[in-house]
Design a protein around this ligand. Structure first.
Ligand code: T46
Length: 131
């Protein structure tokens, strides 16, 4: 079964342009506690390289694009995020890495929990043991 859980965000567009509203509902399937975004990422940088114990996230590129690699300890899948109306839901024990950021990339992350360093697994061997 694929780890890539696509979400499509309805665009409330009219003749003036487009608008996407993300609320805790069926669109974002958890209560939103935090929003953060990665931008101005330098060339050839890989970010992430960790798993979360409890955190659920929705990720989308509101500008530019990047590659997200998801690894459940048995297999790995990559997805290209390149649209402000399509994102992915990442939940469960998944090792994630983000790479191939375009210069203009803004990766928006909507999260189910406040920042908590103890929710991170930053060591791949520890991640494998946790599965
Ligand atoms: C994730 C990917 C997509 C905070 O103080 N508060 C926060 O809410 C966040 C997200 C980070 N930080 C601090 C912790 C580090 O000192 O910011 C610094 C950089 O964080 P980190 O190295 O974890 O950044 P990434 O890009 O590797 O990972 C981040 C998120 O941490 C993570 O949840 O899934 O973006």
């Amino acid at each position: 079964m694929t780890m890539i859980k696509w979400l499509k965000f309805p665009s409330l567009g009219d003749s003036r342009g487009s608008l996407v509203a993300l609320e805790s509902s069926e669109i974002v399937p958890f209560n939103i506690k935090r929003v953060y975004y990665l931008f101005d990422t330098k060339d050839n940088v890989t970010r992430g390289n960790h798993a979360h114990k409890k955190l659920k996230q929705v990720m989308l590129c509101i500008k530019g694009s990047c590659t997200v690699s998801l690894d459940n300890g048995f297999s790995r899948e990559c997805v290209n995020l390149n649209s402000p109306i399509n994102g992915i839901l990442v939940e469960g024990l998944i090792w994630r890495e983000m790479s191939n950021f375009t210069k203009d990339c803004i990766l928006l992350v909507i999260a189910s929990e406040n920042y908590d360093e103890s929710d991170y697994i930053r060591d791949y061997n520890e991640f494998k043991k946790s599965i």
